[in-house]
Write a protein that binds this ligand. Structure first.
Ligand SMILES: [Zn+2]
Ligand SMILES: [Zn+2]
Length: 364
């Protein structure tokens, strides 16, 4: 098929708005696939990248990393997917064979395939200049060329606007509860921050059989969604001290899932634990941020741990979650709070911090 020219939203410089325009997409290399983008979620990590808050990224860049679409062309060495396959594309790439993948820890894969080898032509070109793809995806465009390690096949009857949410928010939040925290039946869980990731953690806690699920956020609209998804209690952190409120409700929780990524909320997540509780930080922190904690709390054997992409095994977990949506066990309809088209994407990205929607999805 050769190169194609499609419409997309390009970040020309850090701290600028994305601009709609043409993106030239190269033909897939041997281990790559070309996907027609059907839908992409707008994630806080995209806004993070927009402001230059992620190390090692370069502009011009096509953002977007939580997507679903249909494979339209595969490279000569690709055997695991074929044209016509419906796929989810996201940041949880993994090669399956490196030392980390071989230990069942694909979130630390050392062979991601997010960029082509040096000397090869760029996957994307904008105005004659090479452009980069955020985390090797770049779903804010009508087509993507990505490494085959970036895609997971989902059933054809899975709606692609819902499937997109599996690419980042769901695997990260649900995965943090399931794989990283390993919440057990009867545990008490607090979720700090109820965006797409936090709300997915609420659902994960429901599925794990948590006895009490306390959702914490500053936006009443998001707390309302958390209740719909199964939170037993909600705390408006704009009006109440969340640590005192969680302690009053439970005496301290077994698990706190932190889905904001700022030092103040990480410290709160640790402070609201009971003896031997675990705080799992899934929120994306900023370079240089540090958090200080009361050392006496260590006598209570509390733990603070990170979670990268929820420890997700994309090619196992994403088809599973799609099946669970189709069986009515996972609610993605409530999670998809708003829908825009490509023309509405720049404003939706700029307004992300103030949007009451759980997740805004761009449908092409
Ligand atoms: Zn994301
Ligand atoms: Zn690997």
């Amino acid at each position: 098929m050769g190169r194609s020219v499609v419409r997309g939203a390009v970040l020309p410089a850090f701290n600028a708005s994305v601009e709609l325009g043409e993106v030239e997409v190269d033909a897939p290399g041997p281990s790559e696939v070309r996907v027609r983008t059907a839908a992409t979620g707008i994630c806080h990590s995209d806004a993070h990248a927009q402001t230059g808050g992620i190390p090692g990224i370069e502009v011009p860049m096509v953002l977007g990393h939580e997507a679903a679409g249909v494979v339209i062309e595969v490279g000569s060495a690709v055997t695991t997917v074929k044209p016509g396959d419906h796929v989810v594309i996201g940041p949880a790439q993994s090669c399956g064979t490196c030392a980390w993948c071989s230990q069942g820890l694909p979130q630390h894969c050392s062979n991601l395939g997010r960029v082509r080898a040096a000397g090869e032509p760029p996957r994307l070109t904008v105005n004659g200049q090479p452009a980069t793809q955020f985390v090797g995806v770049g779903s804010f465009a009508e087509e993507m060329v990505v490494h085959v390690n970036s895609v997971a096949v989902v059933p054809e009857k899975m709606p692609l606007d819902k499937a997109a949410l599996l690419g980042c928010a769901v695997i990260t939040g649900l995965g943090a509860v399931r794989h990283s925290a390993a919440v057990r039946f009867g545990d008490t869980v607090a979720v700090v921050g109820c965006g797409g990731v936090g709300l997915s953690a609420v659902q994960g806690a429901v599925l794990a059989g948590a006895s009490r699920i306390i959702a914490v956020d500053r936006m009443p609209e998001k707390l309302e969604v958390a209740r719909k998804l199964g939170a037993t209690d909600t705390i408006d952190a704009g009006a109440t001290d969340p640590v005192a409120a969680v302690k009053e409700l439970t005496g301290g929780v077994d698990h706190a899932i932190e889905a904001v990524g700022i030092p103040a909320t990480i410290a709160q997540a640790f402070a609201m634990l009971r003896t031997r509780g675990t705080a799992t930080v899934v929120g994306l922190a900023r370079p240089g941020d540090t958090v200080s904690l009361p050392t006496m709390d260590l006598l209570s054997e509390k733990r603070l741990q990170g979670s990268r992409l929820g420890g997700t095994r994309a090619r196992v977990d994403i088809p599973l979650y799609a099946e669970m949506y189709l069986n009515g066990r996972l609610d993605l309809d409530v999670l998809q709070g708003a829908t825009v088209d490509l023309a509405g994407l720049p404003a939706a990205l700029d307004g992300l911090d103030h949007s009451p929607a759980a997740r805004t999805v761009v449908v092409y």
